[in-house]
Design a protein around this ligand. Structure first.
Ligand SMILES: NC(=O)c1ccc[n+]([C@@H]2O[C@H](COP(=O)([O-])OP(=O)(O)OC[C@H]3O[C@@H](n4cnc5c(N)ncnc54)[C@H](OP(=O)(O)O)[C@@H]3O)[C@@H](O)[C@H]2O)c1
Length: 275
């Protein structure tokens, strides 16, 4: 297996921490030629085992330059893991347009930018696999994460469509939908500015955030996502969707499809203590 992997070039966006870092370390150990990205200067970060390069997925030029750099070295890109993502929590009413757009810029348009750069390369190769890191929050609306959910719902739609368009060109598209994973995402995330000054939602927002922080802290390590990503890469006929998480999280998605909407919503509000 090691020898075959040696020829496969993998780009992972947002590989400086959490899920992206775990994927990069895991695939590097398995012998893949891994390129990870960060918005920061990699020389100022602790050393990584894999190649780390600067790329801000919010910026067209930065994405274009990053992809060109990999192509100049490798002349191919086999697998892309679109992982870079941010979350800013707050009631929809307390989310400014700028804060909403910032989340879409990274979580949705960032993926689109990378896809538009790599798809011509993959088409020319006649082979490729795009793996988009979505979330259970791309399938189920989570209170006080409205804009984050909206970005992931949008990513789900984009990926479903793209998969059909590129199939005949030898390119696979898959979605990974993790539940709560023990990363620093909440710590990296922010609350919207207006959340601090509007008391209307404070009690419910705080209650829901506490549950989310607990679930993330008690969630599995990001290595479980990395293992799943490797399995997806190795699958002879990769599926569209892969869920990673606890049985309860898997059941929540199934229950959304099965239960009457009102009952499902009631259960979710009870869970997040939203009154
Ligand atoms: N943790 C969870 O429970 C969970 C659950 C479901 C889905 N996810 C998804 O998994 C992905 C990774 O999340 P995580 O939990 O590992 O979070 P994390 O630890 O905060 O890592 C986020 C990564 O994205 C990078 N990043 C952020 N904005 C970027 C930008 N504009 N351009 C390039 N890189 C950028 C960060 O790098 P720099 O700061 O160094 O630039 C960092 O490496 C996200 O898409 C998230 O939505 C997470």
């Amino acid at each position: 297996m090691g020898n075959k992997n040696k020829d496969k070039v993998v780009l992972i966006t947002g590989a400086s921490s959490g899920i992206g870092k775990a994927c990069a370390e895991h695939l590097h150990r398995r012998g893949y030629r891994v390129y990870g990205t960060t918005r920061r200067n990699p020389d100022e970060l602790p050393a990584f085992a894999y190649t780390m390069m600067r790329m801000n997925v919010d910026d067209n030029d930065s994405v274009e330059q990053g992809i060109h750099l990999i192509l100049a070295k490798e002349n191919r890109i086999d697998i892309v893991v679109n992982n870079a993502g941010i979350g800013i929590s707050g009631a929809v009413e307390d989310t400014s347009l700028d804060e909403a757009k910032a989340q879409f810029e990274t979580n949705f348009f960032g993926v689109l930018r990378v896809c538009r750069q790599v798809l011509p390369v993959m088409r020319a190769q006649g082979i490729g696999h795009i793996i988009n890191i979505s979330s259970v929050a791309g399938l189920v609306g989570v209170p006080f994460n409205g804009l984050y959910c909206a970005t992931k719902f949008a990513l789900e739609g984009l990926s479903e469509t793209l998969r059909m368009e590129v199939k005949s060109h030898g390119i696979h598209v898959s979605l990974v939908e993790p539940g709560d994973i023990n990363t620093a995402m909440s710590a990296h995330g922010l609350e919207t500015r207006e959340s601090a000054c509007n008391p209307a939602y404070r009690a419910n927002h705080t209650a829901a955030l506490n549950i989310m922080a607990r679930d993330e802290a008690e969630g599995p390590q990001p290595s479980v996502v990395a293992q799943r990503v490797e399995n997806i890469i190795l699958a002879p006929s990769p599926r569209l969707r892969y869920r990673v998480g606890s049985l309860i999280e898997q059941m929540v998605v199934a229950m959304k499809a099965l239960l009457p909407a009102r009952l499902f919503e009631w259960g979710l509000m009870q869970y997040y203590r939203v009154r």
